[in-house]
Design a protein. Structure first.
Lengths: 187, 167
């Protein structure tokens, strides 16, 4: 099991010019760990992060898009795995931060905890490459490879809460920041 | 009153510079709109499993600089109310939707339909502040391009309600 913020810090060290779509707690942490105009947190409704990411990936095949999804979020939109598997964007890396709870909504356990495999769901839905990481060193090493692979790539990150970061949903869903993102992507 | 034609709808979609069609089949538009679009190399079709995915995919495409149309049935629109609330309206995304009113009686306004599900569509959109237009005859297709242009100019969603099956 990895501390989520440490896991995100490893990703930040590997990041170059990738678009990163992040939801909920991962987003609250990511905007501090890897601040960038190319962070997209304007997902608006639970479960929708990977769908926004798919639109970005299809619209900008020249850019790599990483989504930091949640396990409760992905359960709310499981069909997205089939949609993404079918659309098959080579530039999409779909990470799910699996902490086993609806952390933002009171840390209540997700259904199926310990019995379901998100990587198996993704593999069955047509993602050609699926990984699971529960160790920071393996994650660090794995990023060397998976950031260069043709996607869609699925990554299940086994995480637990680390340090506390400030919660600011107004910032995450800000239309003003969305416009900064949109204009940055046009450059 | 001239009949609605699928090829004329498709021409208007192209005139609106829409390149991506995000779709979940609707009996009203499947035969003469979606199936034709699937064969048309001018479009990239993204098939979704649930309509609310489409609201977000269209929003991502907008940020990526692409225009998209979400082609769905009114039941899917009703199922997507929370995404329309958070992604399209609060997020100020120009999500353009073409929504089939399956089972609407020809010539009868949706609010006067015998079907409960159809009667509530326009009042719900009004309550949410989402602009909508009824496309039921050939003459109505001239509403399509200005509606899409306005959506992108003002960064807000629009719904084009297809009132009968096109030929």
């Amino acid at each position: 099991m990895m501390k989520r913020d440490e896991c995100l810090k490893v990703l930040a060290r590997h990041r170059k010019d990738e678009i990163v779509v992040a939801v909920y707690t991962a987003a609250q942490e990511w905007i501090h760990i890897s601040p960038s105009d190319l962070n997209y947190t304007f997902t608006g409704a639970m479960g929708q992060g990977s769908s926004h990411a798919l639109g970005l990936a299809l619209g900008r095949p020249d850019r790599r898009v990483i989504v930091l999804d949640g396990d409760g979020s992905l359960l709310m939109n499981l069909g997205t795995l089939v949609t993404i598997g079918n659309a098959a964007p080579k530039n999409l890396i779909h990470c799910v931060c699996e902490n086993g709870t609806y952390e933002t909504n009171g840390a209540v356990p997700i259904p199926g905890i310990g019995r379901i495999s998100f990587a198996a769901f993704a593999r069955a839905a047509g993602y050609p490459r699926c990984y699971e990481f529960s160790d920071l060193k393996h994650w660090d090493h794995g990023l060397d490879t998976l950031l260069k692979e043709d996607g869609p790539v699925f990554v299940d990150l086994k995480v637990e809460p680390g340090e506390n970061y400030p919660e600011d949903f107004r910032r995450l869903y800000s239309v003003e920041f969305r416009e900064i993102f949109r204009k940055s992507l046009q450059k | 009153m001239a009949e609605l034609k699928g090829n004329e709808i498709i021409q208007q979609i192209k005139r609106a510079a829409v390149r991506f069609v995000v779709a979940l089949p609707d009996r009203t538009t499947s035969q003469h709109v979606l199936k034709e679009i699937l064969k048309d190399p001018d479009f990239r079709v993204v098939q979704v499993c649930k309509e609310d995915e489409g609201v977000s995919i269209c929003s991502g495409l907008y940020c990526a600089g692409e225009r998209a149309l979400l082609l769905i049935q009114y039941t899917g629109l009703l199922d997507s109310v929370n995404s329309l609330r958070g992604v399209a309206m609060e997020g100020k995304n120009p999500v353009c939707m073409m929504v089939g009113l399956l089972g609407k009686e020809p010539g009868v306004p949706p609010t006067q339909s015998k079907r409960y599900g159809l009667r509530i569509v326009e009042p719900i959109l009004d309550a949410m502040g989402i602009e909508h237009h009824l496309i039921e005859t050939s003459g109505d297709i001239t509403k399509i391009v200005p509606a899409v242009e306005k959506a992108y100019a003002e960064s807000k969603p629009v719904v084009l309600l297809i009132g009968r099956e096109p030929l």
